[in-house]
Ligand binder design. Structure first.
Ligand code: ARG
Length: 472
């Protein structure tokens, strides 16, 4: 078969009046979005029901006509939910399929469903409804992970480990402080997701193809019916605005980057070299060849998936860039990236929560690594500052002692004890974990400020839960 000779399918399209023939198979295969936008079925039906009620209020549908279409939509809902819905070749998307089936069930009156509506406002409405739900589910997942981290942080008690910069041991810090780092970064994700929800919460229904309608429909009333916080102000803008999609992808990508950092940390910590954490068997994998292996695959995929989340964001921005107003079919490319990013992030949140919840910290290995005396160098310099030595000078004195310790293989504590500038009481600092009782600056890595910090974190998580309850 040569190009242009493909099978022409039935004439059952939404635009058959204007066309002498039905669509070519190649057109449908290339342009169909049904395989993925079937996920918008529930939201499409919800939007259609609100539209029918709006047509009723406008006097365009009689009470009987409304009932007929609404009950046909109910039936379609059941058929879709029970997988009994039969799609036909010319269903180019879920919206087309639902309208076709409504007309089959309700008869001619089904042809009134699309009055004063275009797929342009219809699709945008269904997609915004879906995105709002997705954001709520994602926030729930993030709060769940934060709660796991907070509980682990509280449970860490006075365990401590080396804090690192440049992946070199820097200063000892409480384990609770370190675990809370992730919960704090996730709190910004929660905030971003709420913010994204606020801007997605605008109803496009009633914008028509791009220009509204001459029929007496009331977009403000349908927006309220659908539970949207606001109604569009400009029909052209709202039919082609996909900021809510780009923002969702950005929020999910940043969240994914945070998850990747947790993943990387667990990969390091679970290695024999660190040995800071043991993963539960249920949350690790083995090797097909090496019997001894226990691998942190969840952590690795949390790290690896960030790449496609970033790709989904940049892909959509490239699609949107330079598009003329208003709707163009390019906009159909908005859905798959969000479906994918949302799926990956939501699965990742659950897997990471379980992995962390069931993991066991090896606090002895952490302490042994942190008790490396040179990690106390900054605290030692601060002891000298306390006694009036300028910091630069203190830094040089301690730096010199560290150098001597390395070259002579003498312990830093012995060298410090023998040094005139230090009082004998400095030895207490070398007691394991002692530095953490002395560090009291706000938000700092000492036991006392960490306890306050975890209280603030707990209050923030509770506040975010309340915000979420208000949305759902
Ligand atoms: N499946 C399409 C989408 O998601 C439907 C919109 C088609 N609109 C149109 N004017 N051809 O964007």
């Amino acid at each position: 078969m040569s190009p242009g000779d493909e099978k022409i399918l039935g004439e059952n399209t939404l635009w058959h009046g204007r066309f002498a023939s039905g669509p070519a198979e190649a057109l449908l295969e290339f342009t169909s979005s049904l395989s993925f936008d079937v996920r918008l079925a529930a939201q499409d039906i919800k939007g259609s029901k609100a539209h029918v009620r709006g047509l009723g209020r406008a006097g365009i549908l009689t009470a009987d006509e409304q009932t007929a279409i609404l009950s046909a939509l109910d039936q379609v809902e059941v058929e879709l939910a029970t997988k009994q819905f039969e799609f036909v070749a010319t269903d180019e998307d879920i919206h087309t399929a639902i309208e076709r089936r409504v007309t089959e069930i309700a008869g001619e009156v089904g042809g009134k469903l699309h009055t004063g509506r275009s797929r342009n406002d219809q699709v945008a409405t269904a997609f915004r409804l879906w995105v709002k739900e997705m954001l709520v589910t994602t926030i729930e997942g993030v709060i769940e992970l934060q709660t796991v981290l907070l509980n682990k942080a509280v449970g860490a008690g006075d365990a401590y480990l080396p804090g690192y910069t440049h992946l070199q041991r820097a200063q000892p810090i409480p384990l609770g402080h370190h675990l809370a780092v992730h919960a704090w970064s996730l709190s910004r994700d929660v905030d971003r997701l709420f913010d994204t929800h606020r801007r997605a919460d605008v109803s496009p229904l009633g914008a028509g193809a791009l220009a509204g309608t001459s029929l007496p429909l009331d977009p403000v009333a349908t927006a309220a019916d659908l539970g949207f916080a606001a109604t569009f102000d400009n029909s052209v803008d709202v039919t082609c605005d996909r900021d809510f999609v780009a923002e969702s992808l950005f929020a999910l990508a940043v969240l994914g980057v945070h998850l990747s950092r947790i993943g990387e940390e667990y990969c390091l910590w679970a290695s024999s070299e660190f040995g800071f954490v043991a993963l539960d068997d249920g949350y690790s994998t083995g090797s097909s060849m090496m019997p001894q292996k226990k691998n942190p695959d969840i952590a690795e995929l949390a790290r690896g998936k960030a790449g496609r989340l970033i790709g989904n964001l940049t892909g959509l921005l490239a699609t949107l860039k330079g598009l003329p107003f208003a709707y163009n079919r390019d906009l159909q490319e908005d859905k798959e990236p969000v479906f994918d990013s949302a799926d990956q992030v939501q699965l990742g949140l659950i897997a990471l929560s379980g992995m962390i919840q069931t993991s066991e910290f090896n606090v002895d290995a952490m302490a042994a690594a942190a008790d490396d005396q040179t990690a106390l160098a900054t605290d030692l310099a601060e002891v000298l500052v306390d006694g009036g030595t300028p910091f630069r000078q203190a830094h040089a004195i301690v730096g010199e002692l560290v150098r001597q310790s390395i070259s002579t293989e003498k312990s830093l504590s012995d060298l410090v004890a023998a040094h005139d500038d230090f009082a004998p009481s400095v030895n207490e600092l070398f007691e394991p974990g002692a530095a953490l009782y002395r560090r009291n600056s706000y938000g700092g890595a000492g036991y006392s400020p960490v306890a306050d910090q975890l209280d603030r974190l707990s209050a923030l998580i509770k506040r975010d839960r309340d915000r979420l309850d208000e949305l759902s």
